[in-house]
Design a protein around this ligand. Structure first.
Ligand SMILES: Nc1nc2c(c(=O)[nH]1)N[C@H]1C(S)=C(S)[C@@H](COP(=O)(O)O)O[C@H]1N2
Ligand SMILES: [Mo]
Length: 339
């Protein structure tokens, strides 16, 4: 059984996700580890009776499991049935004998920003999380978290830390990197689309910004701009993950360098809008008017341009030919005439 969700093991696609091409496995987040000086050791510490320190080799002597896991990234791509090789987290935890107050587990990476993420202990056990060092193709590549990473089935993949350094058992939760910095949902159940926490922006502050049409550099995650007139909006380098611009008027808007991952632009008027170097991972632009819009230098991994309705394009709509590589085949085919 998986935590409250009979669908989690069904190898099907949760709401709002798209399959990547079979041979693709995108890289998300940090690009490389900051490996330890000596041997790669994994510490098991915190609310436990007997803290442990495992070498990768010793971990590999624990009972080995192979498990087909569906990967669901919060930026809307999924890759189903990747076979991971490793040991059950429950098996590893047992060796340290968690104390009665143990409630949460934070997994920390060997990386420049000491990347981490956490989940409730019960839930990790129920989901049957793995400490993984391989896939069906052999040892886990460094780019995908080798020599050893966490794999937590049934949660968005940001709950699976790469380059595992420490498993810390906690009495109180400690928010992870994406959860604290980017407002990613702390529970991360893809079947309930728990992508982002609600914005901490109050309604009056939002209304004032919308009125002024100036979002420059601000953190406005999940802001609700549905149907608004934002003609000529300035939003350079604004943080607009998950923002809702459905059916908004954004003619001539400037989103240069903005973070718009998972933003909604369905049916928006984006004529002449500037997305230069913006991050549009997982954004939805289906049915938007993109005549004269400029996507030069933008990241469009997993973005949608044709859904129930196609976006409108013209000869002045610009996108890098290389950007099409980051789209699913049907999306790429739709934009091909532009390049
Ligand atoms: N150390 C570390 N682990 C991490 C991240 C990161 O930035 N640093 N990103 C997470 C996110 S958001 C995802 S989707 C997956 C991506 O794993 P992949 O690059 O193997 O696809 O790793 C997760 N684990
Ligand atoms: Mo992710």
């Amino acid at each position: 059984m998986t935590a409250g969700n009979p669908m989690a093991d069904s190898h099907s696609l949760p709401p709002g996700q798209q399959l990547v091409a079979r041979d693709k496995w995108p890289l998300v987040g940090e690009r490389e580890p900051e490996p330890p000086q000596g041997e790669w050791m994994v510490d098991l510490t915190g609310a436990v009776r007997s803290p442990q320190r495992w070498s990768v080799e010793d971990l590999q002597k624990l009972p080995r499991v192979e498990r087909a896991v569906d990967i669901h990234c919060v930026t809307r791509w999924s890759k189903l049935g990747v076979t991971f090789v490793g040991v059950r987290l429950s098996e590893v935890l047992q060796t340290a004998d968690p104390l009665p107050e143990a409630r949460f587990v934070s997994c920390v990476a060997y990386s420049a920003r000491r990347h981490s993420t956490s989940l409730a202990l019960d839930e990790l056990i129920e989901l049957d999380a793995l400490v993984a060092w391989g896939t069906a193709d052999g040892p886990l590549g460094t780019e995908h978290g080798g020599p050893v990473r966490m794999v937590v089935p049934g949660r968005y993949f940001y709950k699976s830390v790469k380059w595992l350094a420490r498993i810390e058992v906690l009495a109180e939760d400690r928010l992870g990197y994406w959860e604290a910095e980017a407002g990613y949902h702390n529970h991360a159940d893809p079947w309930r689309e728990q992508r982002y926490l609600a914005a901490d922006l109050d309604k009056r502050a939002a209304a004032r910004l919308i009125q002024a049409r100036d979002f420059t550099g601000q953190n406005l995650r999940s802001i609700d701009c549905r149907g608004r007139d934002l003609t000529g909006l300035t939003a350079e380098h604004a943080l607009l993950r998950n923002a809702d611009f459905r059916a908004a008027t954004l003619t001539g808007a400037n989103f240069a360098g903005a973070n718009l991952s998972n933003a909604h632009f369905e049916g928006a008027d984006l004529r002449g809008a500037n997305f230069d170097s913006a991050d549009l991972e997982g954004a939805n632009l289906a049915g938007a008017d993109l005549r004269g819009a400029d996507f030069t230098g933008a990241t469009v991994f997993g973005a949608t341009f044709v859904g129930e309705h196609p976006a409108q394009l013209d000869a002045a709509t610009r996108i890098d030919p290389a950007a099409l590589e980051a789209l699913t085949p049907d999306q790429a085919a739709f934009l091909r005439p532009l390049v």
